[in-house]
Design a protein around this ligand. Structure first.
Ligand SMILES: NC(=O)c1ccc[n+]([C@@H]2O[C@H](COP(=O)([O-])OP(=O)(O)OC[C@H]3O[C@@H](n4cnc5c(N)ncnc54)[C@H](OP(=O)(O)O)[C@@H]3O)[C@@H](O)[C@H]2O)c1
Length: 328
């Protein structure tokens, strides 16, 4: 277990990171992502930080950015309006960033929720708990790959449930049949597809360091919503600690395929990667092993099936978005 003290010591070195890192946060309007943004932005030297908010949280996020501007005037913030439960909105937001930047150093993704109120599809016909936790994240990664590959030490961090992958419903990948869908099944499906896709991307882009973190229960607005459904989580991690830990996974070379950001703390070694080449981390930042589930799926080429399916979903979402724009 990496102690919080080591995490904080490492994070104190953020001020010595290269100037001008370009960072995109998706999900920083609340919870773990928000604390990670606050912790990173406080000390990073002249970063260019993009962050995404949907209309309902745009104003409050703008206020947060105003306070961050005061604490670190060297940083530049660009707030992009997009509802990331819609794949076509991710396309629009990311394409705007691609127009402005020549590289992306860090992509941090933590949008998502558990659909305990049942499945209420988006206008694109997707379960938003799956689009925020899987489709939109994969789409952002896919579109940003050229820019990530231009950064000296690119890193992707996805906060969800790395290591908790389970059997995939391969016949109904988006759980369209109501008999296949439940809030739990959609969580396992999103997590498993996410890990398979992040591993495929890691194999095809060997300079990319990719972290998929399971934070365990964290005391966030997201957890508070779940608790209203009668679930209880004794001793959750504080949101601030989760933010600090997330920033450690984002900036320490302990979770990197090559050196380039902050050195591995004394007494620790580079974390072990999954069989598919990414860092699957438990709440305390140690590598977890879910080979019993993942190895068999990799050998059967399930990742290619999931990739092809996801590409068809992305095409359909963008075709539909164009058609509804034409109708206006
Ligand atoms: N907290 C935990 O105990 C825990 C444990 C394991 C895994 N996780 C996962 O870790 C991630 C971060 O969790 P958190 O607790 O920090 O969550 P949170 O406080 O609820 O924040 C979630 C983020 O996702 C966005 N989001 C939620 N629903 C959305 C929707 N329908 N459409 C568009 N955006 C939406 C939120 O945007 P708005 O601010 O606009 O609502 C916010 O930016 C989530 O994927 C969660 O499933 C959390």
């Amino acid at each position: 277990m990496v102690s919080l003290q080591i995490v904080k010591q490492s994070n104190a070195g953020i001020a010595s990171l290269p100037h001008g890192l370009v960072v995109l946060f998706i999900g920083a309007t609340s919870g773990i992502g928000q604390s990670a943004l606050q912790s990173f932005a406080r000390h990073a030297p002249s970063p260019r930080i993009y962050t995404v908010a949907r209309p309902s949280t745009f104003a409050s996020h703008e206020s947060l950015l105003a306070s961050l501007r005061q604490s670190n005037p060297t940083a530049t913030y660009k707030l992009v309006e997009a509802d990331v439960s819609l794949v076509s909105e991710v396309d629009k937001a990311v394409n705007r960033i691609i127009e402005e930047e020549t590289k992306i150093d860090i992509l941090f993704m933590s949008a998502g929720f558990m659909a305990l109120e049942g499945r209420k599809d988006t206008s694109e016909g997707l379960d938003p708990s799956m689009s925020t936790r899987y489709y939109s994240r994969l789409r952002a990664v896919q579109l940003l790959l050229p820019l990530l590959n231009k950064a000296p030490s690119p890193r992707i961090v996805s906060v969800l449930a790395g290591g908790l992958e389970g059997p995939l419903n391969e016949q109904d990948l988006d759980l369209r049949d109501p008999n296949n869908w439940s809030s739990w099944n959609s969580s396992v499906q999103a997590t498993t597809m996410a890990t398979l896709m992040l591993e495929k991307i890691a194999r095809e882009n060997p300079r990319l360091s990719i972290v998929h973190w399971y934070p365990g229960p964290v005391d966030t607005p997201g957890l508070a919503k779940i608790q209203k459904f009668g679930m209880s989580f004794p001793n959750p991690m504080s949101q601030e600690e989760a933010g600090e830990r997330a920033v450690f996974f984002t900036t320490s070379d302990r979770y990197a395929v090559q050196e380039g950001l902050l050195p591995v703390p004394a007494g620790l070694e580079v974390a072990k990667k999954s069989g598919g080449g990414i860092f699957l981390l438990n709440p305390q930042g140690e590598s977890t092993d879910n080979e019993a589930v993942l190895d068999e799926m990799r050998r059967r080429g399930v990742d290619e099936v999931v990739w092809n399916f996801s590409q068809k979903v992305f095409t359909a979402c963008n075709v539909q978005a164009r058609e509804s724009k034409d109708e206006l």
